[in-house]
Design a protein around this ligand. Structure first.
Ligand code: SF4
Length: 376
């Protein structure tokens, strides 16, 4: 695959034009420069560069969803390793390390991130005038007060988790009545306050073509939102459920959907910065509330813990693993048979989450330890 593909360029332009109102970048001039730097790396230097961090700030949640992928992090961290969640000062140190590596896109999530008592301090640590900030929420708590505060703190985008446009189906997955109706109110408020809106939808082989998901596509397109499709992975509460995995036809169906909607309905492997394919480690990573750095939210292998090692070292060593160094055209953990046979089968049966990467990945070196603690 060439470093810039045509579809990647189109997808990049779609996203860029959404953001590129003159007034928008007047508010965030340094963000434009940082985006340009990443584009320069991809287009001119022909190199990959990390630009996005998915940071889970806490495990607490106000819902108990049937398909929560983060379900086992808490038990493993607390019962097996006696680890505590990162404190606010530790999270701020992580953000500083991310920024020094050129990361400008911060996705804050949980649990339910709006339950975090220091959200303002954490958001401000990203230096919002030069960062693109996304809040991932189930929508229950999001109201006018939150909209005003998040706008004031410099948040750009709100991602609402919404799995079906049929209220009973969504509520059923979320294990609580009236979640759908609260979410619809939240989305209206986010529209009123002019946030970029993303709809995060988890699909499985069974639900991909269902009426609830198809109606959700229409809702997304009618309102000019972006819908991000995540495929179900047999981890977390769906541990062992390999029946949910998608097949080749499902993959083609989603690819066509992305093209036909000019990438407004997309997957995380739909190109962001000129490239298509799985972005894990090359472009982005996920951090658990306990500081474990994972390739993405769904590959539950710890590449190293941020309390023990520098982020730069963790990422550099992870990129020595072929599967993370190269762009895989399909989802590594949900579709790539080689990756699933090698690692997925173990992950799909293991209550421990994440698994220690030093035990499962073929690393040739040990990670150097931090010279100074994460917070000193
Ligand atoms: S492994 Fe799959 S879910 Fe994870 S980043 Fe790659 S494409 Fe996305």
């Amino acid at each position: 695959m060439s470093i810039i593909d045509k579809e990647g360029l189109l997808s990049f332009l779609v996203r860029a034009f959404r953001l590129s109102s003159f007034f928008y970048f007047l508010k965030k001039p340094l963000l434009l420069l940082r985006i340009a730097k990443v584009a320069f790396y991809y287009a001119v230097l022909k190199k990959n560069i990390l630009w996005k961090a998915d940071l889970s700030l806490l495990g607490d949640c106000n819902l108990n969803c049937q398909h929560c992928f983060a379900h086992n992090f808490k038990t493993t961290a607390q019962k097996k390793y006696n680890k505590k969640e990162l404190s606010t000062v530790e999270i701020i140190s992580v953000i500083k390390e991310c920024s020094s590596m050129g990361i400008f896109n911060f996705d804050f999530q949980g649990g339910e991130v709006l339950l975090h008592s220091d959200l303002e301090t954490i958001i401000k640590a990203t230096k919002p005038s030069r960062s693109y900030i996304n809040i991932v929420t189930n929508g229950i708590l999001f109201n006018e007060d939150w909209a005003v505060k998040l706008k004031r703190w410099g948040v750009d985008e709100i991602s609402f988790s919404l799995d079906s446009y049929i209220p009973e189906e969504h509520d059923n997955l979320r294990n609580k009545p009236e979640v759908f109706s609260k979410l619809m109110k939240a989305i209206k408020i986010a529209q009123k306050y002019k946030f970029q809106i993303l709809i995060f939808t988890t699909v499985t082989h069974k639900t991909l073509r269902s009426e609830g998901v198809r109606c959700l596509h229409n809702f997304t397109l009618k309102n000019n939102f972006i819908q991000q499709l995540f495929i179900g992975i047999p981890i977390g509460k769906w541990l062992g459920r390999t029946d949910i995995l998608i097949n080749d036809d499902d993959h083609k169906y989603m690819e066509k959907l992305a093209k036909n909607t000019k990438y407004n309905i997309r997957r995380d492997m739909t190109p962001h910065f000129f490239r298509s394919g799985c972005p894990a480690v090359k472009e982005s990573f996920y951090m658990t509330p306990y500081g474990d750095i994972l390739p993405c939210p769904f590959i539950h292998i710890s590449l190293g813990n941020i309390r023990d090692h520098y982020l730069k070292d963790i990422i550099e060593r992870a990129l020595t693993i072929e599967e993370f160094k190269n762009y895989c055209p399909v989802c590594l953990i949900g579709e790539d048979k080689g990756f699933i046979n090698k690692y997925g089968k173990k992950l799909f049966q293991c209550e421990e989450s994440p698994i220690n990467g030093d035990e499962i990945l073929d690393f040739k070196t040990n990670l150097p330890h931090r010279l100074t603690p994460l917070v000193n």
